[in-house]
Design a protein around this ligand. Structure first.
Ligand code: HPA
Length: 284
C-alpha cells in the first residue's frame, strides 16, 4: 500500500466497505471517530465486532500513542454504531485523501450521521482543561493551504464538485447535543475548531494569530473528515475535549505536551461517554 497516495479510484472504497460488511452483522447508521486519548470509550460498545485497520484494504494505520487502530462495531445506548478507535493524521505522512478514506467507507456502509471527537488546545482563554466543546464551525487551515481532501477528480457518486459548507456541523444535531448536556447538567462550551497540520504544537505567536482569526480550539485532525462527510451528504456533530489551554505569551513558563493531552483525555472520557450516550438516545 502506498502511504502517499493522493487519489483513490472508485473501487478502493467499495473494496474496504465489502471487507467490513463480511466481518459484522451490525448495520450502523451512526459513525463515531475517537480522538487522542479517547480510545477507552470504545470499551463501552456492546456486542462488538473488532476489525483492526491493518486487515482492511486501503485503510490508513496510525502509529501514534493513544490511537488504538481498529473498528469497533456494535451498540451504544441501544444504537448501532461504527466506532473508529483511533485515527490517522496528516503529519504521519499519509495524504489528506488517504486519511479521510474511512469516512467515505462509512458512507458506503450506510452511515448517515458522523460524530467526530478530538483533543484540542483551548485558544479561548475562558475555557478550562477538561472542558468539552461543541464544535459549531471550523476553519480548515490545512485545506486552505491546498491540502484539501476533495482535491483531484470529483467522485460524483459521493457528492458534488463544489459542496456547501455553511452548515458543516448540523444545526439539529447541535440543538440535540445542547439538550443532552442540559439534561445531564453538564457544562458544554461552544466554539470554532481550527485544524493545523502539526505535529509541533503552536508557538505563542501562532496561537495569538489563530485566536485573532476567530478560532476557539486548535487541533491536528477532524476538519478534513468533516469536509468529506459533508460532501457525501452526511450530518456531522463534533465535540472537542479541551486537553490544555493554549499558551499565548512567550514569557509563560508552561509547556504543552502530548502526555498532558492524553492524561486530560483519559480524565474526560466518562463525561464524554455520558454526553454521547445522551445524544445517541435522542437520535432517530
Ligand atoms: N495544539 C494542537 N493540537 C492539540 C493541542 C494543541 O494545543 N492539544 C491537543 N491537540
Amino acid at each position: 500500500m502506498d502511504a502517499h497516495k493522493d487519489f483513490f479510484s472508485d473501487d478502493a472504497y467499495p473494496q474496504a466497505a465489502n471487507y467490513i460488511r463480511r466481518k459484522t452483522h451490525h448495520q450502523p447508521k451512526i459513525g463515531l471517530i475517537l480522538g487522542s486519548g479517547l480510545s477507552p470509550l470504545a470499551d463501552e460498545i456492546e456486542h462488538a465486532d473488532h476489525i483492526p485497520y491493518t486487515e482492511i484494504p486501503y485503510f490508513p494505520v496510525s502509529g501514534v500513542v493513544g490511537h488504538a487502530g481498529k473498528l469497533v462495531i456494535g451498540e451504544l445506548a441501544g444504537k448501532s454504531v461504527l466506532v473508529m478507535q483511533g485515527r490517522t493524521h496528516f503529519y504521519e505522512g499519509y495524504s489528506i485523501q488517504h486519511i479521510t478514506l474511512p469516512v467515505r467507507v462509512m458512507r458506503l456502509l450506510g452511515v448517515q450521521t458522523l460524530i467526530v471527537t478530538n483533543a484540542a488546545g483551548g485558544l479561548n482563554q475562558s475555557f478550562t482543561a477538561g472542558d468539552l466543546m461543541l464544535i459549531t464551525d471550523q476553519i480548515n487551515l490545512v485545506g486552505m493551504a491546498g491540502y484539501h481532501p476533495l482535491r483531484g477528480p470529483n467522485l460524483a457518486e459521493f457528492g458534488p464538485r463544489f459542496p456547501s459548507m455553511t452548515h458543516a456541523y448540523d444545526p439539529a444535531l447541535l440543538a440535540l447535543a445542547r439538550q443532552a448536556a442540559a439534561e445531564l447538567n453538564l457544562k458544554l462550551q461552544e466554539g470554532v475548531y481550527i485544524c493545523l497540520a502539526g505535529p509541533s504544537f503552536e508557538t505563542p505567536a501562532e496561537n495569538r494569530f489563530l485566536r485573532l482569526i476567530g478560532a476557539d480550539a486548535v487541533g491536528m485532525s477532524t476538519a478534513h473528515e468533516v469536509v468529506v462527510a459533508n460532501h457525501a451528504g452526511m450530518r456531522v456533530l463534533g465535540i472537542s475535549t479541551i486537553t490544555n489551554i493554549s499558551i499565548l505569551e512567550t514569557a509563560s513558563t508552561a509547556e504543552t505536551t502530548h502526555e498532558e493531552v492524553l492524561e486530560t483525555g483519559k480524565v474526560v472520557v466518562p463525561t464524554l461517554t455520558a454526553l454521547l450516550k445522551g445524544i445517541l438516545a435522542h437520535l432517530d
